[in-house]
Design a binder for this molecule. Structure first.
Ligand code: 3PY
Ligand code: MG
Length: 251
């Protein structure tokens, strides 16, 4: 098992951030920040396949694992990210156990799953196909997101699916899906988050969550959440610019 996968399922705190700026320079800056991993966001940022591979390459230079949040559930998107050398995938909007099992099948080589083998970057461009076939099922991290009302209703069945490493909560989408947006509805959203965390932990799965910043990580740790993606390079560029320029622009 890779050190990174072990860390993800260790129930110890692991902190990463989204890479949303489609450039290796942004990846190198984020990789040097002390983050334990990066997650290249192909769901909400405009990043093409070739660029994803260059971004993973940039993270690899700094020995920082790069996951990819794939745009949806298509096995081809998962295969492409893993062929490029991603350390794992984050699959958004998983709502049923069937969808969770499909994510496992797309992520794992046979006999566990149905991932296809090819001479991509992950397999050393063909020089290391046998080694990759032997090790990938043990090293690749599979995280799936629960962030729909249906996913919340089916959390027990989803969390029981074998082969998933991290159940990752998307509070933004979840708040929209269960009509719990804004500070007035924080208790309703937090109760749903705790329900997902408790159910996933009871099933032996590590639990992750997105936070816009790191201010409440310690509080969520007490709910059994250990895997964090905090903001993104684009969000931190925006907040850094606002902080750096703000006072002068207001003068
Ligand atoms: C959400 O909050 O919906 C997310 O997907 C965060 O990554
Ligand atoms: Mg989401």
């Amino acid at each position: 098992m890779s050190g990174f996968r072990k860390t993800c399922i260790s129930f110890e705190r692991v902190i990463g951030t989204f890479s949303a700026i489609p450039h290796p320079v942004a990846v190198e800056i984020a990789a040097t920040s002390g983050a334990a991993f990066l997650c290249i966001d192909c769901e909400h940022a405009q990043i093409g396949r070739e660029r994803v591979e260059d971004m993973i390459r940039a993270a690899d230079l700094h020995r920082v694992p790069a996951m990819v949040r794939v745009p949806g559930h298509q096995p081809e998107a998962i295969a492409s990210a893993l062929d490029a050398g991603a350390a794992g995938v984050l699959v958004p909007r998983v709502s049923t156990a069937g969808e969770a099992r499909a994510a496992v099948a797309a992520t794992r080589f046979p006999p566990v799953g149905r991932r296809g083998v090819g001479p991509g970057r992950a397999a050393g461009y063909g020089y290391r196909i046998a080694e990759t076939l032997k090790s990938a099922n043990e090293t690749v991290v599979l995280a799936i997101q629960i962030e729909t009302a249906e996913g919340l209703a089916n959390v027990e069945e989803i969390a029981a699916v074998e082969g998933i490493d991290v159940i990752f909560i998307g509070p933004g989408d979840l708040s929209v899906a269960i009509d719990a947006m804004g500070p007035d509805n924080a208790e309703k959203l937090n109760a749903a988050i705790r329900q997902i965390a408790d159910t996933a932990r009871a099933a032996g799965k590590a639990v992750g969550i997105f936070r816009p910043d790191g201010s409440d990580v310690a509080a969520w740790e007490t709910a059994g959440i250990s895997f964090y993606i905090i903001g993104s390079d684009a969000m931190m560029l925006a907040s850094g610019l606002a902080a750096g320029l703000g006072a002068a622009l207001r003068d």
